[in-house]
Design a protein around this ligand. Structure first.
Ligand SMILES: Cc1cc2nc3c(=O)[nH]c(=O)nc-3n(C[C@H](O)[C@H](O)[C@H](O)COP(=O)(O)OP(=O)(O)OC[C@H]3O[C@@H](n4cnc5c(N)ncnc54)[C@H](O)[C@@H]3O)c2cc1C
Length: 264
């Protein structure tokens, strides 16, 4: 069994500060992490490899410093990784990103399943994995909360999807692109031995030429969507009011104020 995990490195949005310039932040600012949703995709790949034999490998499109996030995935137990990096990829929208990932997948030899996170916490379009499935001409299963049954010999998978009106059970052929939710299982922590081994790992890189793509298929040239500007939401003004007095009296005053503000 071979599972390809699409893993993106993102800014650590939890450490954003209002002073940061949005686009600059996206491009180079701040601490970088494994896209949190992709940790669930990694966990799913590792569990499938444990249950069915085989391996989970990582595929990342990003800047050279994305190797840090890749090493986290290797330390969790992934058996291999490829970094897709080239200046020509700068400013790629999700479709151009999907083209780059697809070209790399087509050079990976046989694989049984492609795993992805629900979305990336920076671009947050939730489009890239769907577009990879469309470009490969294979099924896409989104919002997957549980893999009910999987048969790599018969090439079938049955999943439970979380949809607005509840749960939906879907059966599909394999290979397929499967994007998973938190419910799929808690990501394991990298082991100490895993971290040590990953720290020494040499991560192969592929660029535009290696992927057989042309410059007008990637970057701004290959993108339909341009981001002329990225701005952080305006900082919220908050006011603090202390209600003095006996608890019962203070509670009454609080209720009045909440009613007046139409909070309750
Ligand atoms: C400096 C900068 C400029 C940008 N300019 C533009 C622009 O002009 N127009 C525009 O549309 N977008 C732009 N982007 C955003 C970029 O296109 C998207 O971040 C990227 O295409 C992925 O889309 P997303 O973040 O919405 O991921 P989603 O579609 O939300 O990701 C869904 C899943 O796909 C997989 N995935 C996504 N990205 C990758 C990746 N890179 N490697 C491996 N797996 C991945 C992961 O499993 C992820 O969970 C810019 C980003 C940067 C950093």
């Amino acid at each position: 069994m071979k599972a390809i995990v699409l893993m993106k490195q993102t800014p650590d949005t939890a450490q954003l500060s209002a002073s940061m310039d949005g686009l600059k932040l996206m491009a180079e600012g701040g601490p970088r992490i494994v896209n949190p949703w992709d940790e669930y995709a990694i966990e799913t790949g590792l569990t499938l490899a444990e249950d069915h034999g085989g391996e989970a490998v990582l595929l990342t499109m990003g800047k050279p410093e994305s190797t840090e996030a890749i090493k986290t995935g290797l330390a969790m137990g992934c058996k291999g990784a490829t970094l897709l990096t080239d200046d020509a990829f700068e400013n790629s929208d999700s479709l151009a990103t999907a083209r780059i990932l697809t070209a790399a997948i087509q050079q990976q030899g046989d694989y049984d399943i492609i795993l992805a996170g629900k979305s990336a916490i920076d671009g947050d379009t939730a489009q890239t994995a769907v577009q990879v499935a469309a470009l490969l001409g294979i099924p896409y299963l989104g919002y997957v909360a549980k893999i009910e049954a999987i048969d790599f010999d018969a090439k079938t998978i049955t999943v439970v999807r979380a949809i607005d009106s509840g749960r939906e059970t879907v059966t599909s052929s394999l290979p397929a692109v499967v994007s998973v939710l938190k419910e799929i299982g808690e990501p394991r922590y990298p082991s100490f031995m895993g971290i040590r081994k990953a720290a020494k790992a040499k991560i192969p890189e592929m660029g535009l030429a290696d992927l057989g793509l042309s410059a007008d298929e990637v970057g701004a040239a290959g993108s339909n969507v341009q981001w002329p500007e990225v701005t952080l939401p305006p900082a919220q003004e908050t006011q603090l009011e202390l209600i003095e007095g006996e608890p019962e009296e203070a509670a009454k005053v609080l209720v009045q104020k909440l009613l007046a503000e139409k909070v309750i």
